[in-house]
Design a protein around this ligand. Structure first.
Ligand code: SF4
Length: 441
């Protein structure tokens, strides 16, 4: 059984409220942190090996150490709660059931970074959660854990919740900052990075909800102890939101030492494939990471078991591996049609492109149109090569990672499931009435 750090109290009735959270030991990590110096906290975060839980997996301590500290210029912490990656819903779970864990993590992080005004930017579709967060903020303030002169330390901190308008692109940190400033959420060219010029051109750290919540157990048990959980550079615990054709969809906390096979088939986690079907493929890190067929998902090309951690999932690069990403674990059974699935994703990324750069604006539209054509049985063999060519021209040639996010699923689908694309071309009548999966199993 995986160790629980973030969700250990999630089952307790009333844990959403300050009184219950406090009774379970809540805010003791904050009390401990406020007796430390900001540099001591930073060292703990670095020692923990925590990697950003939003998708990129960049070391959090290193990110914090890049924060510029010019004299007299305010700094900000911004929590990225714009959890819009299809298949990812673990931050929603944290905010809905454990809002004080996020608030406590923000207090510690704000103190470490010198942010007196911090923000939570939350996606518009999570319409009921801002009220939960604002209630938790008021409770923390009433108890002296937010506001002026917190616990008599002289440190002031306010937290504000900002609702987004529902655009996927606002999960990209610079688009988020633009939106937070009241502008259209277009990604900025980098450099300068937010650590130097972020919110209102002030030094800013943008971190995911889960990353900031993880600061609480890191301070609680120390960075060194946190680093002992997990394996290699995949330290601590990770929340995985599991969905698709499985028996037990939900949010699970894993310690990154379990195998993918155990995660899918164990009753402790996904409970196996629904309706007794066979596993066909999986996207383990949210819709933008490469899809992996079952044979490469459960084992690496060397025959080693594949583990639920950053290194093992990526083993072999994109040719045979994938990414931990945001931890949005999407499982596809044998009945699913990869072309149909890829077309759905292409439509999403085309719809969400902000339109600033040509490869993304035009390329995502082309990919969707070609995939639609193939899926309807109206495609030609050369369309598959054209699709491959277009995704190659998008990847790495755009302002922000949405271009890559749109290209990778198409590349992986063609790489691993070209036969399905060809089946649609060769069987135009059949592909209008049924999908490849149902026709072949
Ligand atoms: Fe906008 Fe797409 Fe360019 Fe990102 S890659 S800036 S979403 S057009």
């Amino acid at each position: 059984m995986s160790k629980k750090l973030l969700l250990k109290d999630a089952h307790i009735e009333g844990i959403r409220y300050f009184e219950t959270y406090r009774k379970q030991g809540g805010y003791t990590a904050a009390e401990k942190a406020l007796k430390m110096t900001p540099d001591e906290i930073l060292e703990e975060v670095k020692a923990s090996g925590l990697r950003g839980r939003g998708g990129a997996g960049f070391p959090t301590g290193m990110k914090w150490s890049f924060l510029a500290k010019p004299e007299g210029v305010p700094r900000h912490l911004v929590v990225n709660a714009d959890e819009s990656e299809p298949g990812t819903f673990k931050d929603r779970y944290l905010m809905e059931f454990l809002p004080h864990l996020l608030i406590e993590g923000m207090l510690i992080s704000s103190y470490c970074l010198g942010s007196n005004v911090s923000y939570i930017y939350i996606r518009g579709e999570y319409s009921w959660i801002p009220d939960i967060l604002e209630e938790a903020i008021e409770e923390a303030k009433a108890a002296g854990f937010l506001g002026k002169n917190i616990l008599g330390t002289g440190f002031d901190c306010e937290i504000y919740v900002q609702r987004g308008g529902g655009a996927y692109i606002c999960g990209e940190e610079t688009a988020l900052l633009e939106s937070l400033e009241g502008k259209r959420g277009n990604p900025r060219l980098k450099p300068p990075f937010p650590a130097v010029k972020g919110l209102w051109e002030r030094p800013t750290v943008v971190n995911n909800v889960e990353s900031i919540a993880a600061i609480v157990p890191i301070i609680d048990i120390t960075g060194a102890e946190y680093a002992k959980i997990g394996v290699g550079r995949s330290t601590g615990t990770k929340l995985i939101s599991a969905c698709g054709n499985i028996n037990k969809p939900g949010v699970y906390e894993i310690d990154m030492t379990i195998t993918v096979e155990e995660f899918i088939y164990s009753d402790e986690y996904c409970g196996g494939i629904a309706n007794g079907k066979k596993l066909k493929a999986c996207i383990p890190g949210g819709s933008s990471v490469p899809i992996v067929p079952a044979n490469l998902l459960l084992r690496t090309v060397n025959g080693e078991p594949r583990y639920m951690n950053y290194e093992s999932l990526a083993d072999g690069g994109f040719a045979t591996g994938t990414m931990m990403g945001s931890g949005g674990f999407i499982v596809l059974d044998e009945d699913q049609c990869i072309v149909d699935h890829t077309m759905t994703l292409a439509r999403f990324y085309n719809h969400e492109s902000c339109g600033q750069c040509t490869p993304c604006r035009e390329g995502t539209g082309w990919m969707y149109k070609i995939l639609k054509k193939i899926e309807k049985g109206e495609g030609k063999m050369e369309d598959i090569d054209l699709l491959w060519d277009i995704q190659r021209k998008i990847e790495g040639n755009t302002i922000c990672p949405l271009g890559d996010a749109a290209a990778w699923p198409v590349a992986a689908a063609i790489r691993h499931f070209r036969d399905e694309f060809e089946w649609h071309v060769k069987n135009p009548e059949l592909s209008q009435t049924q999908n490849y999966g149902l026709a072949h199993y």
